[in-house]
Design a protein around this ligand. Structure first.
Ligand code: WTA
Length: 689
């Protein structure tokens, strides 16, 4: 029998990686792993020695209660120890003689924009200190919250690290969120100031960020919350230009490259609040002593969707997050000092926090910050950038891989990718077809594919292969990272040990990078993550283990939908829909999507006498965009004169999921109040679904 066409199911680590890597075999991995879970203090204590601490922990190295039956959930690593993550990420390397090493190459949206991009560790430190001094002079201090709503530019990392230097808690909001979402986050965190930019080109679209911030701050002030400062980076406007009066207009760009239509960037100005970044940076001092923080002081909060609709401010602390972001970066990408590393994620998401900023900087890595999109000016952009900078380690999302696959291999193969060693993914399960294309076409079968499973809450990778050690299987995130004890749990709370049985993915003991609380709502933290299975952290994802012990994450098992790697709450979309005057009720479910992985499918019941129409569908889609952000726009909106409900009135979502995909086999409906709605809903499915 000829097996030559068959795809192997196990991919050994590439030899050239094995020889140079930190962990060279599964035996080495197992030994390190064993120590990490049996002797966390020894394992993380050794790692902590590589960082600068102004003083050691005053109490236990790690102290926690993971079991809500025994009282308040609490997790503490190295409490009492004093350090500063900005100092460790920047100053420490300069002291070690690495000041001239490039921290970031900046690649603009337009390939012609790259000129001013590179920044060394020393240059970065000067900018961070300057902005720290500006924050200080503006009256901001340790423990205050500052919102950041910025494009992927170097100033974004400057702003976040300046906050970290002073112990100001940064709350970065992805600059694709709507004004309302931004306002909700500012209000929840009671932020005192915000940093933004005039605008940004994303592909061929111009976004006026300042005007979105203006609307958000207006909403805040209506709710009695005023911000003292709004710092604005002149990213598009000429640096010398000074808009100081309401409504001043600037035509941008002055010389227009072919792809860019001339558009006006209108800036409104609020005296006393608005400050041009460049006006104040010029004269600020480049010296700023870091604030020595307790290891357990908050570092940042970052909002993630909640199944009840309201986003949760996930809070991470200084010491544990520093160790965990740096260590996962080092091992999962097998970081080496001569690497050119590129993570395509936006800093507005956790992947950008940990693997564009803190992880690489704490390893003194050189990485790329990319402002644009994979499709601009064409679908070869990623591979052009890889060729240009000779990228060695590359980290992106399955949704981007699936989208790029459709353009054909030539977009990839015309560029030189021979520098690549590690190809990593994050955000959602990667289907084997995309995994194989990534491995075979992008990586030319020479690279390790690293599928990393983790969450905003976990701070860094939790399940991931190690490039030089782990034989991989397409679609499996493989084995736990150091310190992580995964368990597959049955609905009844029994640990599943049989292979290939799906259950809840939970973690048994804390690791340094795990979130410490939901900002301002510790009870919600306990309820969301620790109540379902006392003694375990519950991820909200399903998973199974195969006969070789490989973990396969199967996706969310709560009311969240993962659209292109962005977690969306169905409840949040439902509440945006029912705000429309014609909508009485809405139910949103997940629907498979070829590129996005999943998308949302909305059933809406209209009020008496209201008509369903294409125009209404468009209005409802726009409403969700406006309320949450463009990335949340539903793919399908269907008329639902009635919804399938149990006799006690609960919407039967599993039935709706079947209807959404046109599967007549809806399962057990004996508890349903009125079965006739099912046929009706099948008839009303939109033809494109
Ligand atoms: C999903 C992103 C399968 C999962 C870092 C998780 C994944 C949610 C993977 C967290 C993966 C992330 N395989 N699913 N490799 N990576 N997920 O908070 O559902 O934006 O719970 O963090 O993304 O999304 P978040």
């Amino acid at each position: 029998m000829d097996n030559s066409d068959e795809t192997p199911c196990l991919f050994p680590p590439p030899d050239r990686l094995r020889n140079e890597s930190h962990v060279k075999s599964m035996d080495d991995y197992k030994e390190m792993y064993k120590r990490s879970v049996e002797d966390p203090e020894g394992f993380w204590g050794d790692i902590a020695k590589q960082f600068y601490w102004a003083s050691p922990p005053t109490g236990k190295f790690v102290d926690y209660n993971f079991d809500c039956r025994k009282g308040r959930i609490s997790i503490k690593w190295m409490e009492g120890a004093k350090t500063n993550i900005c100092y460790n990420a920047i100053d420490r390397h300069i002291k070690n003689g690495q000041g001239d090493k490039i921290a970031f190459f900046w690649e603009g949206n337009d390939p012609a924009d790259h000129d001013s991009g590179n920044i060394t560790y020393s240059q970065l430190k000067d900018k961070i200190c300057k902005f720290s001094n500006i924050l200080k002079q503006s009256g901001l201090k340790k423990g205050d919250r500052v919102a950041i709503y910025m494009p992927m530019i170097l100033e974004l990392t400057v702003a976040m690290l300046a906050c970290a230097r002073l112990g100001i808690i940064h709350s970065i909001v992805f600059a694709g969120f709507s004004a309302e979402s931004l306002a909700d986050r500012i209000l929840d965190g009671q932020c005192s100031a915000i940093v933004t930019a005039d605008g940004v080109w994303r592909g061929s679209k111009l976004l006026n960020l300042k005007s979105i911030v203006d609307v958000a701050l207006e909403i805040c002030s209506k709710r009695d919350h005023k911000l003292s400062h709004c710092f604005i980076v002149k990213h598009l406007l000429p640096k010398g230009h000074s808009v100081q009066q309401n409504g001043d207009c600037v035509d941008y760009p002055e010389e227009k490259p072919a792809q860019r239509p001339t558009r006006s960037l209108k800036i409104n100005w609020t005296d006393g609040r608005d400050v041009w970044w460049h006006d104040v940076m010029g004269t600020a001092s480049t010296d700023c002593e870091p604030e020595w923080m307790d290891a357990e002081d908050p570092l940042f909060m970052l909002y993630t969707s909640g199944s009840t609709g309201k986003p949760k401010g996930v809070l991470h602390t200084v010491g544990g997050y520093m160790l965990y972001s740096a260590t996962t970066f080092k091992y999962a990408f097998d970081y080496q000092p001569d690497d050119i590393y590129w993570c395509t994620a936006d800093v507005g998401w956790i992947t950008g926090h940990t693997y564009v900023a803190y992880g690489p900087l704490n390893n003194c890595a050189t990485s790329i910050i990319f402002e644009g999109t994979p499709f601009f000016p064409d679908a070869g952009r990623f591979w052009a950038i890889i060729e240009k900078y000779k990228v060695t380690k590359f980290y992106t999302a399955p949704t981007a891989i699936r989208a790029l696959m459709r353009y054909g291999d030539e977009y990839v193969t015309k560029y030189d990718r021979s520098s690549l060693k590690v190809l990593a993914t994050v955000g959602e399960p990667i289907n084997p077809e995309a995994w194989l294309w990534y491995h075979n076409v992008v990586g030319n079968k020479q690279c390790a594919v690293v599928d990393t499973f983790w969450q905003t809450e976990t701070g860094g990778h939790t399940i991931t292969p190690l490039p030089g050690a782990t034989p991989t299987k397409p679609g499996s995130a493989t084995f736990p990272f150091f310190g992580i004890v995964p368990v597959i749990m049955s609905d009844e709370g029994v640990e599943i040990t049989d292979p290939n049985v799906e259950g809840y993915l939970v973690f048994k003991q804390p690791w340094p990078g795990l979130m410490r609380t939901v900002y301002g709502d510790h009870e919600r933290y306990e309820t969301t993550y620790f109540k379902k299975f006392p003694g375990y952290y519950c991820t909200g994802d399903g998973a199974k283990r195969d006969e070789d012990g490989y973990i396969w994450v199967t996706g969310r098992i709560d009311d969240m939908v993962n659209v292109s790697g962005h977690l969306l709450s169905t409840a949040e979309i439902e509440s945006a829909l029912v705000e429309h005057p014609t909508v009485a009720e809405a139910a949103v479910v997940s629907h498979p999507h070829k590129i996005k992985g999943e998308c949302t499918y909305c059933f809406v019941t209209l009020k008496e006498g209201k008509e369903f129409s294409d125009a209404l569908v468009k209005e409802l889609m726009d409403r969700v965009r406006k309320k949450i952000g463009p990335f949340a726009q539903p793919d399908f909106v269907q008329n639902a004169p009635g919804l399938p409900k149990t006799r006690s009135g609960k919407i039967m979502r599993r039935v709706l999921r079947k209807i959404a995909v046109g599967d007549k086999n809806v399962g057990d409906i004996t508890t349903m109040a009125d079965e006739t709605v099912i046929d009706k809903l099948f008839q009303l499915r939109p033809p494109e679904a």
